[in-house]
Design a protein around this ligand. Structure first.
Ligand code: ATP
Length: 235
């Protein structure tokens, strides 16, 4: 579902992402972990087509994100670390706008908005303008806006930040369901305990380079993910 070959991204003299290659298969939830400034957000933005890159190739569902950007974007759902939404719109108007962009049928969008809106406990607030929402409510709305168009590849940048424990739990269940239905999830996180339980694979990035990747079993063996990570950070 996602294939990255030798991706490099520089910001001026700074090499933010340095020749990384990885793959995320349908059905996989892959955690992308690394220290602050390791290159996670940069990688996610490059996959989502938000920033250009210097070297390498990225394929989403077989589409080259550079040369077939629109096709790639049509199957991607990207949740940034700080979602920017049209604040003056009501929640429901924002969802309808996103559903229009992704050409989601009226009946299907209504059913998804109700189903996932209720599960994420935001359905009752959709009639209010976004500028009256709390941080967590905005996060829920941004997640719901992805579930409205059901992407094949979900890209989440620290998705649990701001969510209350009940919503976090429900969101994890939804993530698992989406992957059981053939989507793939690639998400950055600093919460290693959750990643270890939730994900079947993991990619570890340090100073722009991948220093570990594989299934969760391969990477952790008899150690916790936290211990594996701390050891890699020491070297
Ligand atoms: P965090 O866990 O703190 O969110 P991250 O792994 O997502 O970090 P990135 O945001 O990808 O890290 O940043 C990687 C490197 O690129 C950092 O050194 C950062 O300072 C640099 N960087 C990121 N964005 C820019 C930019 N717009 N201009 C210049 N340098 C940038």
């Amino acid at each position: 579902m996602l294939k990255i070959n030798n991706l490099t991204k520089n910001y001026g003299q700074k090499i933010a992402v340095n020749d990384i290659s990885l793959e995320v298969l349908p059905g996989q939830i892959t955690a992308f972990i690394g220290h602050n400034g390791a290159g996670k957000t940069t990688t996610l933005k490059a996959i989502a087509g938000i920033i250009d890159f210097d070297k390498g190739e990225i394929f989403v569902n077989g589409y080259n994100v550079r040369t077939e950007g629109l096709k790639a974007k049509s199957v991607i759902g990207y949740l940034p670390d700080n979602p920017d939404m049209y604040d003056a719109l009501k929640g429901i108007d924002y969802l309808n706008f996103i559903a229009d962009v992704f050409k989601v049928d009226k009946q299907i969008r209504e059913q998804r908005i109700k189903q996932y809106g209720e599960r994420l406990k935001i359905y009752g607030d959709l009639g209010a303008p976004i500028n009256t929402y709390s941080h967590g409510m905005k996060q829920k709305l941004a997640i719901l806006s992805l579930l409205v168009h059901k992407p094949k590849l979900y890209l989440f940048d620290e998705p649990f930040v701001g969510l209350d424990p009940v919503t976090s739990h429900e969101f994890k269940e939804i993530m698992k369901e989406e992957c059981q239905n053939g989507s793939a999830i690639f998400y950055s996180t600093h919460v290693l305990e959750v990643a270890e339980k939730l994900c079947n694979s993991v990619v570890i990035i340090k100073d722009g380079k991948i220093v570990g990747q594989g299934t969760m079993e391969e990477i952790t063996k008899d150690k916790s993910l936290e211990n594996v990570f701390l050891e890699l950070e020491k070297n």
